[in-house]
Design a protein around this ligand. Sequence first.
Ligand SMILES: Cc1cc2nc3c(=O)[nH]c(=O)nc-3n(C[C@H](O)[C@H](O)[C@H](O)COP(=O)(O)O)c2cc1C
Length: 188
Amino acid sequence: MRVLGIMGSPRIKGNTDLLLDEALKGAQSQGAEVEKITVDKLKIAPCREYYGCLRDGNCVIRDDMDDIYPKLLNADSIIVASPMFFYGLTSQLKALIDRCQALWARKYILKQDFPSSVRKGAFIGVGATRGKKLFDGAILTVKIFFQSIGIRYVDELLVRGVDKREEIKEHPTALSDAFELGKRLAQK
Ligand SMILES: Cc1cc2nc3c(=O)[nH]c(=O)nc-3n(C[C@H](O)[C@H](O)[C@H](O)COP(=O)(O)O)c2cc1C
């Protein structure tokens, strides 16, 4: 079982990063092999709609996405983690997701063989405010992302009211909830 964590915050060791680390520890506790990608450290250009991917399923832009595509296809489970920026995912993470139009093209346009649909995904979101709809936009984007790369959205952890760096450590349950999410994902 390989679990890939995608860390969408530019703040290293911030709230999202700490939550994802706990989730990956939870997965590891069940024997999973884990890997974390910190999106902000990578060079990922936004999609330019060149649409080379419609011809052969490959993006024509050459950057760090070259290494990310196989990781996305080889993982048994994926955890996407992001702070809310203007009620959505960070732009760094959104760029990675948009570049997966190439994988969408392989699956839905070119009908290429794709990893099995039993692959699972979870979302961890964190935001400063307590708005009821705080995570709605991000959840929709993550669900469509997962669908495009052949992953089933099975779990989520949504944490409101957390703002400052490491403030998540003061939250009564979030870090242990993240650990449990990782455990569940590696067990299912
Ligand atoms: C550009 C920007 C936009 C933000 N927009 C929102 C928002 O719409 N709603 C919200 O609740 N928090 C918002 N926040 C606050 C972050 O989501 C919050 O500080 C979060 O804990 C940061 O997590 P991190 O430490 O993982 O980066 C925003 C922060 C930044 C920098």
